[in-house]
Design a protein around this ligand. Structure first.
Ligand SMILES: [Mg+2]
Length: 283
C-alpha cells in the first residue's frame, strides 16, 4: 500500500527536522521506515563507572545546572512553570502542527473505509508534563506524586498545538489511536484528562494503556512477544506489539507521534514524528 503524498510533503517535513520533528520521513514508500536512525547519543568516552579506563575533560561534560537553565529557557519557565502562550518550545510545536496539517498523508480528507489510523502517545505528546517534572518534582521523577497529584486528578494541560492537530486528523477521517506507557489503573483518568482539555477523537476501544504492575499482559495482544506472559519487555517491545495488534484489527497506521525514541522505534507505522522533549529520556 502507498500513502497519498507528494515530494513537497517530504520536503516540508525534512525542512523541520532540524527543529526536532521528523526522524524517519520516508514519505511515499513509507513502509520502509529506517528506524535505526532513531537513536540518541548514548555512548561516551568515559563510562559513568570508569570501566572504560578512559578519561574526559570535565569542561566537555554538560553542567547540570546550566542544562536545567537551558531547559527552562526553552520552556520560558524561570520558576519551573512553563509559559503557556510563548516560548521557544511553543514556537517549535506550532511549526510541527503547521507542517503536519499540510501533510497530504494525513489531510485533506481520507476515506474512513481505508481504515487509516494515526497513533499518539500521551505524556508530552498529547498531555504536557513540564510543570510536574520541573516545579513539582524538580526533575526527580516520583511515580506516586505523578499518579496521585497529577494523573488521577487529570491536571495535565494539553501539549501546545496538539489538540487542533489530533482533532483535525480525526475530522479528516483517520482513526485516532492512543498508546501510552501509563498503566491500566490510569486509563480512565487519562481518557478523562484528554477529553477535558479538548481532544475529541480518542475512544475507549482504540486507547491502549499498559497492564497493571504485576498483572499478566493480554495474550491476544502480546502473546508470542517478549511481553507475554511476564510483562518483562521494553517500551519498544510493548508499543510495537500494540501497534501490530492495531494492524491486525484491519487498520493501516500511517503516522506515529511520540516524544521518545522508544515511542517510534519498532515499525508498524508508515511515518514517525518525534516531538521535542529535553526533560527526560525513556529507553
Ligand atoms: Mg511521552
Amino acid at each position: 500500500m502507498r500513502i497519498p503524498g507528494t515530494p513537497r510533503t517530504r520536503a516540508a517535513l525534512v525542512a523541520t527536522a532540524s527543529a526536532a520533528l521528523v526522524l524517519s520521513p520516508a514519505a511515499a514508500h513509507a513502509r520502509a521506515v529506517d528506524d535505526t536512525k532513531l537513536v540518541p547519543h548514548s555512548h561516551f568516552v568515559m563510562q559513568a563507572d570508569g570501566s572504560s579506563g578512559n578519561t574526559a575533560h570535565g569542561a566537555t561534560i554538560p553542567n547540570i545546572d546550566i542544562v536545567k537553565k537551558t531547559i527552562r529557557t526553552y520552556y520560558n519557565a524561570p520558576s519551573g512553570i512553563a509559559d503557556k502562550t510563548q516560548s521557544p518550545y511553543i514556537t517549535e510545536m506550532k511549526q510541527i502542527e503547521a507542517d503536519t496539517l499540510a501533510d497530504a498523508a494525513l489531510l485533506p480528507r481520507v476515506d474512513p473505509a481505508d481504515n487509516k489510523a494515526v497513533v499518539f502517545d500521551a505524556d508530552d505528546t498529547t498531555l504536557w508534563t513540564y510543570d510536574m517534572e520541573d516545579n513539582a518534582m524538580h526533575f526527580n521523577f516520583d511515580p506516586v506524586l505523578q499518579d496521585t497529584q497529577w494523573v488521577q486528578p487529570q491536571r495535565f494541560p494539553a501539549t501546545p498545538g496538539m489538540v487542533s492537530l489530533v482533532n483535525a486528523v480525526g475530522d479528516a477521517g483517520c482513526s485516532v489511536v492512543g498508546l501510552t506507557g501509563r498503566r491500566d489503573p490510569q486509563r480512565a483518568a487519562t481518557l478523562g484528562n484528554l477529553q477535558k482539555v479538548g481532544y475529541e477523537p480518542f475512544t475507549d476501544q482504540l486507547y491502549f494503556t499498559k497492564w497493571a504492575s504485576g498483572a499478566t499482559p493480554s495474550q491476544a495482544i502480546y502473546g508470542g512477544t517478549p511481553c507475554y506472559p511476564t510483562g518483562n519487555c521494553t517500551t519498544i517491545d510493548y508499543k510495537s506489539a500494540t501497534r501490530a495488534c492495531v494492524e491486525r484489527q484491519g487498520y493501516r497506521i500511517i503516522a506515529n507521534f511520540g516524544d521518545q525514541f522508544s515511542d517510534l522505534i519498532g515499525g508498524h507505522a508508515d511515518k514517525t514524528y518525534k516531538l521535542p522533549n529535553p526533560t527526560y529520556y525513556l529507553p
